[in-house]
Design a protein around this ligand. Structure first.
Ligand code: ZN
Length: 436
């Protein structure tokens, strides 16, 4: 092995290999108590035990040693709104009121390219501080908001999927497009950004109530005209919302059927929330290869309901975790796991630490169809990874002294940890953030 462009990291290493629901907890991960992660030209060369990999390394190679830390793949956030960064934790509302009272006024400010650029940079800094290295992101209805985000993500060389929102009704005039302009602006952004660097485009009708039938038709047309682009929207988050969809689309058999009717389901289609779906709808998601973004902190904060994770396992629907900032309350996937665990507890379903690890890394990547590229430390994958600090807080330090297995340790990290536990974040093997 030549030493050129080689970077080597030593420490405890944990990564997910598969969904524990399919292979069982013990077969679902790899853990090296004293491990090496070898990165070449930004890609994973190998990950394994220190003693085994060391002899193959060039003699002069520098090894970055992280003690009292866990090296793991970067987090994948399957649904997040960058323009809502400044309204995280807005008091007192459920979905529809929250949109009208906080979200829409905030999003109006993204008609300004300067504001979009400034917030996009703050948002990406916040992702990195929290150990998130890939995300599916909603911009606003303004073309320039998506433009600013893509530019910011490109500057940081991050793997990001984004799109401008399509919304031509049931929203304030200052925040709507038309079926035609939404189509044209989306097509223009696809031409400029889809497939550039590590970026992809998502056709993004906000949700069924804010798009006319014409606009949903146009969204389906865009998907057919641009193979490889994503479809990103909300689905069955709140009971009032579902009632509203029934009134607006009386001929549809259900909420998911509205999207299905316009050809919006498929392998690269991701639906946020999916709390209140029936069995038939879960089966349709499975059949079409569509994915779900499970947004625990948002579901609790907006009082939307308890996501039935066991259904996604029984019906085999690809599912990842998401913060849903700003309905969600934390950028941290550790805190997102914390709330996911409690939501499952309330339904008598146990969320194991290894399932959490899967959902927040490889499972998210699988849901976004990029698990051949990121999500764990298989050779050849892009080296986006993080270092979590076992001593980040006095309480975490104290708690971890009682942990004897990696399951115990990782679980404690997810319950007690947050951005303070992220010591460093690496993008393509290069340090992009370091605490302090
Ligand atoms: Zn959302």
């Amino acid at each position: 092995m030549s030493g050129q462009n080689l970077k080597v990291y030593r420490g405890e290493i944990l990564h997910s290999l598969n969904d524990p629901a399919q292979v069982g907890d013990q077969q679902s991960f790899e853990y090296f108590p004293d491990g090496l992660l070898v990165v070449k030209d930004g890609l994973v060369e190998s990950a394994g035990p220190y003693q085994k990999l060391l002899p193959d390394l060039p003699e002069q190679v520098n090894i970055e040693h992280h003690q009292d830390s866990l090296i793991m793949p970067g987090f994948v956030d399957c649904h997040i709104h960058y323009p809502q960064t400044q309204i995280v934790g807005a008091y007192g509302e459920q979905l529809i009121e929250w949109l009208n009272n906080y979200t829409f006024p905030m999003e109006s400010e993204f008609s300004s390219p300067d504001n979009s650029r400034a917030v996009a940079d703050i948002f990406i800094d916040e992702l990195l501080r929290n150990g998130t290295t890939a995300a599916l992101v909603m911009a606003t209805v303004h073309k320039q908001s998506a433009e600013a985000f893509f530019r910011a993500a490109s500057n940081r060389r991050m793997r990001m999927i984004c799109g401008k929102i399509m919304m031509d009704r049931n929203a304030p005039d200052y925040l709507t497009d038309t079926a035609e302009s939404g189509y044209e602006d989306s097509a223009e952004l696809i031409g400029r950004w889809h497939g550039k660097d590590r970026l992809s485009y998502a056709i993004t009708p906000r949700f069924a109530p804010t798009s006319s039938e014409d606009q949903l038709k146009k969204a389906g047309q865009l998907l057919r005209e641009h193979p490889g682009v994503y479809m990103h929207t909300h689905l069955a988050e709140n009971l009032e919302e579902i009632k509203w969809v029934k009134e607006l689309f009386p001929r549809a058999s259900g909420y998911l059927d509205v999207y299905d009717h316009y050809g919006l389901l498929g392998k690269r289609s991701i639906f946020a929330h999916c709390i209140h779906l029936n069995d038939h709808e879960f089966e349709l998601l499975h059949k079409t290869g569509s994915g779900i973004a499970f947004c625990p902190t948002s579901n609790l904060f907006l009082g939307s309901g308890l996501f039935p994770l066991s259904k996604t396992e029984n019906k085999k629907v690809n599912t990842g975790l998401a913060t849903d900032i700003g309905g969600g309350t934390s950028f941290s996937l550790l805190q997102t796991i914390n709330e996911a665990y409690k939501i499952q507890q309330l339904q008598k379903h146990r969320l194991s630490p290894f399932k959490s690890l899967y959902l927040a890394t490889l499972g998210g990547a699988r849901t976004l169809g990029i698990d051949k590229t990121i999500g764990n430390f298989e050779p050849g994958k892009e080296a986006d990874f993080i270092v979590l600090d076992y001593r980040a807080t006095p309480l975490l330090d104290l708690r971890l002294q009682r942990c004897t297995t990696i399951a115990d340790k990782f679980f404690a990290l997810t319950i007690l940890g947050d951005d303070r536990a992220v010591k460093a974040t690496y993008i393509l093997g290069k340090e992009a953030y370091r605490k302090g």
